[in-house]
Design a protein around this ligand. Structure first.
Ligand code: SF4
Length: 393
């Protein structure tokens, strides 16, 4: 069966009916069962401005409507249900509700701090930076827009999708570059594409680029609208042997029974499931929250993979943490929770430097050649079994 590449944004069609579908009061929202309808119908119920949320949340910050020229707002009814009605510091609200300070862009907050545009290839949306890996941006839309997004320059803005020509050029680029063994579909959110669109892309990659051994999808939709994980989607993941799905969960509150149930369904496809979190001030920058998050993820069968320091992007300063704070958080995980639950902490270097681990120095060599190690409790001990003078005897 042949599949063509479509770049149609399903959300545009939804515009016509969405106004009548928004759940206006908290009572209506709380009574809503997200599993009672399909994921695309639920997307039509998304809230689009802070004013839309006033019937369901108290103490909503009044932001200038011009903020949405800079970066859209979308909130699925499922996420709105997770938001605390009264607390503006609720970790779900802090990730998704716009705030006026985000338009106070600081001089260092450039739009494309990771220089991804520089590494986009041949008019496509493939970012090819590492020797054997490529990032393929297949849409610029997401289920819900995270206020700290790295790709604000690309995503949202009227739900415009990556165009068909870029997708076709991207597929051609992947086919022509046999050194690419690992391809990550990202965006935007690839799972916002409908099944036919997604299958069109995966089938062409699998048919035309057999050198791609490791095919991955990065998506936040499972945490924003778990009903996106359907038997039909799972069949596609299995059919095209997508070896890894990376979800994006930042707070234990996002690990709901529905999320866990749909992740279980996804695991049956045989794909690995990883999580990429972002360290965010006021959301997850405390030890108890991070421990609960990491243990909650492994309990669902998700391997915490990366924990990013918040990238530089326009208006992200309120979320960022110092290196000292990040190291303290890491030290509070290693040794205190299960080993597989400890993610690699990373910083994505500005200017296209790439990802680099942020790890405290547990083992160090002194100028005299002695090697000393510090364990998770702070106990210090010499490790003569690692010293060159011992091994060279
Ligand atoms: S889901 Fe990802 S790409 Fe979309 S807004 Fe959030 S961080 Fe950005």
């Amino acid at each position: 069966m042949a599949f063509s590449i479509e770049a149609t944004d399903p959300c545009k069609k939804a515009d016509l009916t969405r106004l009548s579908k928004i759940l206006r009061t908290r009572e209506e929202l709380d009574a809503f069962d997200v599993t009672s309808e399909g994921w695309q119908q639920a997307l039509q119920r998304r809230y689009r401005t802070h004013k839309d949320m006033k019937g369901i949340l108290n103490h909503v910050e009044d932001v200038d409507m011009a903020i949405y020229h800079h970066f859209d707002m979308r909130v699925t009814p499922y996420l709105a249900q997770l938001m605390d009605r009264d607390d503006p510091n609720c970790p779900i609200r802090k990730q998704y509700m716009p705030f006026q300070r985000e338009v106070n862009v600081r001089p260092y907050e450039v739009a494309d701090s990771l220089a991804e545009d520089h590494d986009m290839q041949d008019g496509s949306s493939v970012v090819h930076r590492y020797p054997n890996r490529a990032l393929f941006l297949v849409t610029t839309s997401c289920g819900t827009y995270c206020r700290f997004c790295t790709r604000k320059r690309l995503v949202s803005h009227g739900e415009s999708a990556v165009n068909k020509q870029q997708l076709e050029r991207g597929i051609s680029y992947l086919k022509a570059h046999s050194e690419i063994e690992d391809c990550l579909l990202s965006g935007g959110d690839p799972l916002l594409l409908n099944d036919r669109q997604l299958e069109g892309i995966l089938s062409q990659i699998r048919a035309g680029a057999p050198h791609i051994k490791f095919l991955r999808i990065g998506s936040r939709l499972p945490a924003q609208l778990p009903t996106r994980i359907t038997p039909e989607l799972c069949a596609i993941i299995e059919r095209y042997e997508v070896q890894m799905v990376n979800v994006h969960v930042n707070h234990p509150k996002e690990i709901t029974p529905l999320f866990a149930e749909r992740i279980k369904m996804l695991r049956k496809t045989g794909t690995m499931i990883g999580n990429q979190s972002v360290l965010l001030k006021g959301v997850n920058d405390d030890v108890a929250t991070l421990r609960d998050l990491c243990m909650g993820l492994v309990t669902c069968g998700i391997r915490p993979y990366y924990c990013y320091s918040c990238d530089v992007a326009e208006g992200n300063h309120d979320y960022q943490l110092t290196l000292d704070r990040i190291l303290k958080l890491y030290r509070a995980l290693r040794g205190f929770i299960s080993g597989p639950a400890v993610p690699t902490f990373v910083v994505d270097g500005t200017g296209g430097l790439g990802k680099m681990p942020i790890i405290p120095e547990y083992v160090r060599e002194l100028a005299n050649g002695e090697i000393w190690a510090t364990n998770f409790k702070g106990k210090v001990q010499r490790m003569i079994n690692l010293e060159a003078r011992t091994l060279e005897q």
